[in-house]
Design a protein around this ligand. Structure first.
Ligand code: NDP
Length: 499
């Protein structure tokens, strides 16, 4: 019989947290929802917690609370005070790092080495945006001709918070995708209603307590779990929400845009990808083998930056495949709580079935299975790290975001930069990508031609707190992280004074 958490122990704080009544956070209070939903450990399939979910009524009251907090204390608070509150949140998160890390492991299935890293990154991000508050700056500029012709005049700009923000986040990196929206929005002076994914509510529910402990006034952050089609849609359509920020699938991103039309709210979208990985004949295989493997297999491939379209030059293809096969076969699969685990489960049975469907379709289409391709015969949603080669550009495996541990390799014979760029850009997406070569001049020239928001050389998915991140094409609108992530929550007001 399957044991809870595959027999791995949880810390006392996580055990105590799981025994709690998991309520929504609205207007500083932990309130009941309109129904309950269960979350499961994807490594065992066992239920780990039951939590409240909200619908239209809860979204309406959360938006009203956020509006009151915006008109009231938060947007008017002295910058230094807002900084201090965010800094306190960072310290509280740091003190609760074990709880936050374990909750993302058991709710999402991610291995411990990833959850530990993302929790640390979240603390860093809150600190970064706490500091950025004191660097929110306008400019002075030349007054308009018709005013300055008649009198002395002064023109300057103010950066002001956008207002009440709705944030809808997915399940693949639950704490991170939430914090990278919450921290800049709060730093800008916005108030927030955030809807986590129903698959992974736990780390955000734990964070709910930390907001009041840090000193955020009631209503500044509201957390409403609920289904996408109900709570999510209501939030995206809401006439009193000034901006919606969404991370998830491109299909749902389109629905968000349509829902936002009513009051023409501002929209930021971080969507899917099918990122290219180009491996040249002179690539350093000691770097490229683990780097290319993890470009696909990091987070079981449930990663918007995943590099899953590999263009391997024919001169290096066989050696690369040999190395990748060995790497994939050596990845320890298991529960994320086991420190040895490199590859955890997929998020749900339904998602696992979708990924297996892609694998079967790739076989039927004539791609050559090199390794993996099986669902493990055990509890949980484990799919082996899988590599196909001899892929053709029109195969679904080369075109669709699979969001699973499935790599598609196409052998190429060219070293022509234009031709390689054409292959890399043959996708509606444009989120990430990488080039593997020792020839830096070649690499920088190729990188300039790749239409993508992030391209790395001899590494992949080089995301960082201060580094802008977002998509070209159908991978999204706008940028998160860094200064641009803060700008996304600020309006610019131009003021001219006749003196
Ligand atoms: P979705 O894009 O459907 O879900 C992401 C978030 O949006 C969830 O909180 C979801 O709520 C919510 N949502 C769903 N429908 C609506 C709606 N009509 N209005 C407002 N909010 C909504 O992703 P899925 O979880 O369904 O995953 C499907 C595919 O999306 C994956 O296989 C992958 O390809 C891609 N994906 C990409 C991500 C990325 O980072 N780019 C992240 C996650 C998924 P609920 O949980 O209740 O559905």
């Amino acid at each position: 019989m399957t044991q809870p958490f595959d027999g791995h122990a949880l810390s006392p704080e996580t055990t105590a947290f799981l025994a709690r009544d998991m309520r929504l956070l609205i207007d500083g209070e932990r309130v009941e929802g309109c129904a309950f939903h269960e979350t499961r450990d994807p490594a065992t399939g066992l239920v780990i917690a039951r939590f409240h979910i909200g619908g239209k009524a809860q979204i309406d009251s959360a938006v009203a609370a956020a509006r009151r907090a915006f008109e009231g204390p938060w947007s008017r608070m002295a910058a230094a005070e807002r900084t201090a509150i965010l800094q306190r949140l960072a310290r509280i998160m740091e003190a609760n790092a074990t709880l936050l890390t374990e909750l993302d492991i058991i709710d999402n299935g991610m291995p411990r080495f990833i959850a530990g890293l993302t929790t640390a990154n979240c603390v860093e991000m809150v600190d970064y945006y706490a500091g950025a508050i004191l660097r929110i700056e306008g400019t002075t500029t030349t007054p308009p001709r018709h005013v300055s012709a008649e009198a002395d005049a002064l023109t300057y700009t103010l950066r002001e918070p956008v207002g009440v923000v709705g944030q809808i986040v997915p399940w693949n990196v639950p704490l991170s995708t939430a914090i990278l929206k919450l921290a800049p929005a709060l730093a800008a002076g916005c108030t927030v209603v955030i809807k986590p994914s129903e698959e992974t509510p736990l780390s955000l529910l734990a964070l709910a307590d930390m907001f009041s402990e840090a000193g955020f006034p009631a209503g500044v952050v509201n957390i409403v779990n609920g289904f996408g089609a109900d709570a999510g849609q209501t939030l995206a359509e809401h006439p009193d929400v000034d901006k919606i920020s969404f991370t998830g699938s491109t299909a749902t991103g389109r629905r968000i845009v349509t829902a936002a039309l009513g009051n023409l709210k501002k929209v930021s979208l971080e969507l899917g990808g099918k990122s290219p990985v180009i491996v040249m004949p002179d690539a350093d295989l000691a770097l490229a083998v683990p780097g290319v493997a993890m470009a696909t297999f990091f987070l079981q491939g449930q990663n918007c930056m995943a590099g899953t379209r590999i263009f391997a030059h024919e001169a290096i293809h066989d050696a690369l495949m040999e190395g990748l096969t060995q790497f994939a076969a050596g990845m320890t699969m298991g529960h994320g709580l086991n420190p040895a685990t490199m590859q955890g489960p997929l998020i749900s049975e339904a998602h696992c079935a979708k990924v297996m469907g892609h694998i079967e379709a790739a076989k039927a289409a004539g791609a050559r299975l090199v390794t993996g391709g099986e669902k493990l015969a055990r509890a949980g949603n484990f799919v082996q790290p899988t590599i196909f080669t001899d892929c053709a550009p029109d195969m679904a495996i080369m075109r669709e975001e699979i969001f699973g541990p499935v790599m598609a390799v196409q052998k190429v014979s060219t070293t022509d930069i234009d031709e390689l760029a054409r292959l890399a850009n043959d996708t509606p997406y444009g989120l990430s990508g990488s080039v593997w070569t020792r020839d830096m001049a070649f690499a920088h020239r190729l990188v300039k031609r790749v239409r993508s928001g992030q391209v790395s050389i001899n590494c992949h998915g080089a995301v960082g707190t201060n580094i802008p991140f977002g998509g070209y094409g159908q991978s999204g609108w706008g940028r998160e992280f860094g200064q641009e992530g803060l700008d996304a929550y600020l309006e610019t007001k131009a003021v001219t004074a006749r003196l």
